[in-house]
Design a binder for this molecule. Structure first.
Ligand code: PLP
Length: 450
């Protein structure tokens, strides 16, 4: 038998090695040696319904048997139409008919949204509205347009000369407030920065504000009470489009279909990815409010944009089957309940040495590690603490998503815990126990860093 070798793979990191994943079942992944891993992060908060769901695999197979490809400039497909109808009905906010543009993932969704924003202002005959504003520390994708909108310093650093000019304001990150303030006496100074930025750039110059309602990988920080509503108000007052990047938070992950629904905010454009197809096929989506698409349609503009694989038939069939499965099994409601249980159980770790903060929303939770809980001082980056935690947990058969640069994109460590919504309470108990024991090893100095 030929044994697969990874020597011809250009890897994510040349200093890491990766087990060879062979199969997935429910909340578990199995590698080639037969070792079982609890997929406690769903890859990167991707897998919502669990691995290996037969009815989803069958739906993809039926689509693949019938038709694998038709170009979106020439055809629509039944699956694409049905999924767009489903998402249009879900669109948060006003009773309106959203239209959906399918992509192959989150970065393409961000790129597409940037161009839709541009088309909107061209249609409104305000071509000077070119400026985009987003937040430091946010993440909207790896392609250059999406990375320009992103604010994570580490991810941007090596490519700065290639990025386009996007204005950034402070994140809403109470545990490490970038403005050195405290909630509520801060009076949401970070939200007010958007207003100041709009003033500085020029009131009729700003096209859109991009943000993740709950910051995903880079911090897991939910917004302070009133923050998103204030951002929404500022956008409305200044006629600035609000783009909610729900690539990580959308499709149920935070316990509502869209995270913005927790705060009653209705964005102009919403981005989806990850949980939309739960990893069964590459899929992202841009959900465009009626206000935006109708303006573009009425101006009869031809939008020069498109990807070869947009609305790829097996991918939209996967998304449709996943979302039907989510509805049929009330998995968003389950994410809300189980997410609460997960948060409660993780709370028990708060008293452990080196645990600085536990935060998140629903099935998107973060455990942050600090050297000193009083000062919130992070570990030195050379310790690579989140990676050590990752390795220790992986050896115990638990997959988490390690992140460094928690504080400001440069220093700090956390692990992201974002399991499939079907995880059982007993599995959560075991997971939390493993994280607790791994933290114990730091305390005992078995994970050496000094
Ligand atoms: N937006 C957010 C909030 C994300 O978390 C990600 C990926 O982690 C992206 C966009 C980019 O998505 P993708 O990696 O599918 O291109």
């Amino acid at each position: 038998m030929r044994v697969a070798s990874a020597e011809t793979i250009f890897p994510r990191s040349f200093t890491d090695d990766y087990p060879i994943a062979e199969r997935g079942e429910g909340v578990y992944l199995y590698d080639r040696s037969g070792k079982r891993y609890l997929d406690a992060c769903g890859g990167a908060a991707v897998v919502s319904v669990g691995h290996g769901v037969r009815e989803i695999i069958d739906a993809i197979a039926r689509q693949t048997n019938a038709l694998t490809y038709a170009h979106s400039s020439q055809f629509d497909t039944e699956a694409g139409i049905e999924l767009s109808e489903f998402l249009s009905r879900k669109f948060p906010g006003q009773a309106q008919q959203a239209r959906i543009h399918f992509t192959s993932g989150g970065s393409e969704a961000t790129e597409t949204a940037i161009k839709i924003v541009r088309q909107y202002w061209l249609a409104r005959k305000e071509p000077q509205r070119q400026d985009l504003v987003s937040r430091w520390h946010g993440y909207h994708g790896a392609s250059l347009g999406a990375l320009s909108v992103s604010g994570n310093r580490k991810r941007r650093r090596d490519y700065l000369s290639l990025l386009t000019n996007v204005a950034h304001v402070s994140p809403c990150f109470c545990y490490h407030c970038w403005l050195d303030k405290q909630f509520p006496s801060c009076e949401l100074a970070c939200a007010n920065e958007l207003e100041t930025m709009i003033d500085e750039l020029g009131r009729n110059k700003v096209a859109a504000f991009f943000c993740e309602p709950v910051v995903g990988a880079t911090s897991g920080a939910p917004p302070a009470p009133g923050y998103l509503q204030k951002i929404n108000d500022i956008c409305i007052e200044n006629d600035v489009l609000l783009v909610a990047d729900e690539v990580m938070t959308g499709a149920g992950r935070t316990g509502k279909y869209f995270a913005v629904e927790h705060w009653g905010v209705a964005p102009d454009i919403v981005l989806l990815g990850k949980g939309l197809s739960s990893g069964y096929a590459p899929l992202g989506a841009v959900l465009v409010s009626e206000k935006v698409w109708r303006t573009i349609a009425d101006a009869a503009l031809i939008m020069e944009h498109g990807f070869t694989y947009q609305a790829h038939p097996p991918s939209v069939a996967a998304g449709l089957a996943v979302q039907k499965h989510v509805e049929k099994n009330s998995l968003v409601e389950r994410a809300s309940q189980v997410g609460e249980y997960l948060a409660q159980r993780l709370e028990r770790l708060r008293s452990e040495d080196y645990v600085g903060d536990i935060r998140g929303k629903g099935m998107l939770q973060v455990v942050e590690f600090v050297q000193d809980r009083d000062t919130r001082k992070p570990f030195p980056p050379e310790v690579k603490l989140s990676k050590l935690m990752f390795s220790e947990l992986r050896s115990r058969g638990v997959m988490v998503y390690p992140v460094s640069g928690t504080v400001d994109g440069e220093v700090g460590d956390h692990i992201l815990i974002a399991p499939p919504f079907i995880i059982e309470p007993a599995e959560i108990d075991w997971l939390v126990e493993q994280v607790g024991e791994a933290i114990g090893l730091i305390r005992k100095g078995l994970i050496r860093w000094w």
